[in-house]
Design a protein around this ligand. Structure first.
Ligand code: PMP
Length: 286
């Protein structure tokens, strides 16, 4: 994974990084995280990732241990100290180490950890043919807008999908589409792109925003609204989006083809726009 990681003020090799077994991230999953894609050593949409980090920290009532300027400097340093032009920076902040008690500890120092590995985006086969997904009931908590390190339900949902021979789980709660176990989900019906609203039931994906911006730029009609399960199941196209997967077509749901079973026309427009947009961002950064 990472050659050099950052932990509580120090840069050190990954295999030398240690946290206390009493860290509340380990004991309670009491922490939040971000994953930031890096293209040509340039952190993509960094300001937006830092804004979302702040919202997650506010939601769990943990003071941000650093200013945005300090985060930017640190993230740039982690990128510089790691090999590869395209990277995936992972950062996490937990409430720190303290004797085990559910209530917040007084005076604990947050644990700040950051690592960076290669950014692995989908290969040509996945882009050209799409991937399979299975549906599942969204049994997570009611604050899915918080990017919490407590990911046990997401892990179970994703593992269920893998064991069913699929890439992802498409989640429904109370008869409505929410998102995937580690991605946002979009629906296309009759040429219109449908997106579930960014409320407390989904993570406000950075890629989600990029996709809506690109759809608008390409004159694709967009509706942000609740999507009944039947509408998602009868979609012409289904997509998943995330920082690592970018935008990818789901071409099979529960073993049945989505639309004609191939990535659709609207997907192709937005996928191409995404690749062009990335190239532009990199060119501007160079
Ligand atoms: N929803 C969930 C549950 C996720 O884990 C992710 C990826 N971190 C996303 C949506 C997509 O977010 P982003 O586009 O910022 O990667």
């Amino acid at each position: 994974m990472s050659d050099v990681v950052y932990l509580n003020g120090e840069f050190l090799p990954l295999d030398q990084a240690r946290v206390s077994v009493l860290d509340r991230g380990f004991i309670f999953g009491d922490g939040v995280y971000e994953v930031i894609p890096v293209y040509s050593r340039h952190a993509f949409r960094l300001a937006e990732h830092l804004k979302r980090l702040q919202r997650s920290l506010d939601a769990i009532r943990l003071a941000n241990p650093m200013t945005d300027a300090e985060w930017v400097q640190l993230i740039e340093e982690v990128i510089a100290r790691n090999p590869g032009e395209d990277q995936s920076v992972y950062l996490q902040v937990t409430r720190g180490a303290a004797s085990r008690d559910h209530a917040f500890p007084k005076g604990a120092r947050p644990t700040v950890f950051m690592m960076s590995g290669p950014l692995v985006t989908p290969g040509r086969e996945a882009v050209e043919n799409g991937v399979a997904a299975v549906s599942a009931i969204d049994n997570r908590w009611l604050r899915c807008d918080v990017k919490s390190v407590s990911l046990l339900p997401n892990c179970l949902l994703r593992q269920g999908a893998i064991e069913a021979g699929a890439e992802e789980a498409v989640l429904f709660r109370g008869g409505y589409l929410t998102e995937g176990s580690a991605c946002n989900i979009f629906v296309v019906r009759n040429g219109t792109l449908l997106a579930p609203p960014k409320d407390h039931l989904v993570l406000a994906g950075i890629t989600y925003d990029v996709v809506l911006e690109l759809a608008a730029r390409k004159n694709v009609p967009v509706e942000v609204r609740e999507i009944p399960e039947a509408e998602a199941r009868g979609a012409d196209e289904l997509w998943l989006t995330s920082s690592a997967k970018e935008v990818l077509a789901i071409t099979r749901l529960d073993g049945k083809p989505v639309g004609n079973g191939k990535p659709g026309a609207v997907f192709k427009i937005v996928h191409q726009a995404f690749q062009e947009f990335k190239r532009d961002v990199m060119r501007r950064a160079a």
